[in-house]
Ligand binder design. Structure first.
Ligand code: HEM
Length: 468
């Protein structure tokens, strides 16, 4: 741990158990439906109660399925470190197959999926990040220009629009960004509607939403296919994810098909866009109710951009106060509140036995509010990430908003950069005020944003912009 950091984590006493003990059950389950009503009403207070009553491992039932929740940094370490043959993601994420397509991501073996995603790492290196920082700032400036002098904006909707533009341009290619308004946004939206509770359990059921999802998948394949054909014809080789995949070869020498490329690009877009929009929204909301911290961020902007230079990768990296605010928003409002794996082989943790067939879960939303890990956990306090506290440094899995282990998010640095670029430009340009009360989380969606509408009033600041 960093020598400047002083926070010492506490640790609740662990029971010493004979090997093979059953995981304790959460009280209050009903015959047949189990804990479904409480889970549907407010999954996080139900899961938090599980931790308070039973500790690191607690068992509960949703209809016919048994779940075990792993809570706390040490339990996360075990969870994220377990081999795929034991704790398996593919078995859980089958609902993504009709969206991403056959032959990619969760439709293939974990090794092949890792190879496919691995093709993208070169496109996330520092040189690319420098270019992305410029694009992020350009797109946000364009977005801010369209807002005019003052008005009202629905923040989740605005962040969604902005991050679609940024993600399509950075992560896929300029041509896709050019087609956002000419059909791509609509197709993407229809694909997103394919992620619903029914789709999770029965992804192939021929419902209207699923038919529209399948049509949208074919439309996206046509759009991407045309762009790839044009690039091959013209010899254009832009430096983006699509091109990285067009050049890639599997370890056996085979090139990727256009449909595989489309599927990998959709995987990344789905993993990275909505999550970013939601965290950008929560960050803005938290900053607005912490005016003294917001004033310190504005001061940081003044100091860093004193030379009048443009927003850049280097400058954004220096914006530590803003980064801590993003991280604190990730802690309080992780967009993915639950990560799930299927237990394929029975496992043992501290004497507890978890049988095969169980669904194993970690919940960033529960674990980020553990009082022995984060001091006064309900309070928005970005300084907890700065020395001397450095509360996140006490354990590599204290903060898990981007997951961990083999499936750890590959876009974490991209996401931090993007959120900082967005709020740097918007805070420089406008003063904001919440038009509605601070919103509650909407647990009805796969990615947990605030309930809508969630409107802000904005007014252009009278001060000169701090950067070019
Ligand atoms: C605020 C934004 C984001 C959040 C909160 C987030 C969160 C996460 C989490 C929690 C996981 C692990 C899922 C699991 O273990 O089941 C994950 C995986 C992933 N993320 Fe992100 N993510 C974000 C942005 C991005 C971006 C921008 C990209 C693309 C550049 C991206 C690409 C991925 C991919 C491809 C995976 C799957 C990795 C695998 O299974 O091997 N994410 N993300």
């Amino acid at each position: 741990m960093d020598r400047q950091c002083t926070w010492q984590p506490g640790r609740p006493a662990q029971p010493s158990l004979p090997a093979g003990a059953a995981v304790p059950e959460l009280a209050g389950g009903w015959p047949l439906i189990g804990h479904l009503p409480g889970f549907q009403k407010d999954p996080i207070s139900m899961l938090s109660r599980g931790w308070r009553e039973q500790g690191e491992l607690v068992q509960f039932r949703l209809g016919p399925r048994e779940f075990v929740l792993f809570t706390g940094p040490e339990a996360h370490d075990f969870y994220f470190g377990a081999p795929e043959e034991q704790l398996n993601a593919k078995a859980v994420y089958q609902f993504t197959v009709p969206i991403f397509g056959r032959g990619v991501a969760y439709d293939v073996s974990p090794e092949l999926m890792a190879e496919q995603l691995g093709f993208l790492f070169p496109a996330l290196r520092a040189a690319a990040m420098r270019r992305f920082a410029r694009i992020m700032s350009e797109e946000t400036t364009q977005f801010a220009d369209a807002l005019g002098e003052n008005g009202q904006v629905d923040l989740p909707q605005a962040m969604n629009e902005l991050t679609v533009n940024i993600a399509s341009r950075c992560l896929i290619g300029q041509e896709v960004r050019d087609q956002v308004d000419a059909g791509f946004a609509e197709a993407y939206h229809d694909l997103q509607k394919g992620i619903n509770t029914l789709g999770f359990f029965l992804p192939k059921l021929p419902t209207a939403a699923h038919r529209s999802r399948d049509r949208a998948r074919r439309r996206v394949a046509r759009i991407f296919g045309r762009i790839m054909a044009d690039r091959r014809l013209s010899g254009a080789r832009p430096d983006d994810f699509m091109q990285a995949l067009m050049h890639a070869q599997y370890s056996d020498g085979r090139a990727l098909s256009d449909d595989e490329i489309t599927g990998i690009l959709l995987t990344v877009l789905f993993a990275g866009q909505h999550t970013s929009a939601v965290l950008a929204t929560w960050t803005g909301l938290e900053l607005l109710r912490a005016p003294s911290y917001l004033a310190r961020i504005r001061q940081e902007l003044q100091d860093i951009y004193r030379d009048g230079e443009a927003v850049s990768f280097e400058k954004l990296n220096q914006q530590v106060r803003l980064e801590h605010a993003v991280r604190e928003s990730e802690r309080l409002h992780p967009p993915l509140i639950m990560l799930i794996r299927k237990v394929l082989k029975p496992l043992q943790y501290r004497g507890y036995a978890v049988p095969a067939g169980t669904m194993a879960m970690v919940s960033p939303a529960v674990s980020h509010r553990l009082p022995h890990v984060f001091a006064d956990p309900g309070r928005f306090s970005p300084d907890r990430f700065a020395p001397p506290a450095c509360e996140d440094k006490q354990h590599r899995y204290a903060l898990i908003g981007f997951g961990g282990g083999k499936h750890q998010c590959m876009g974490k640095h991209f996401a931090y950069l993007q959120l900082k670029a967005i709020w740097t430009v918007l805070l420089d340009r406008f003063d904001f005020e919440l038009d509605t009360g601070f919103p509650a989380p909407n647990y009805g969606s796969w990615v947990t944003g605030p309930v809508t509408p969630c409107r802000l009033r904005y007014r252009r600041r009278s001060q000169e912009s701090v950067f070019q």
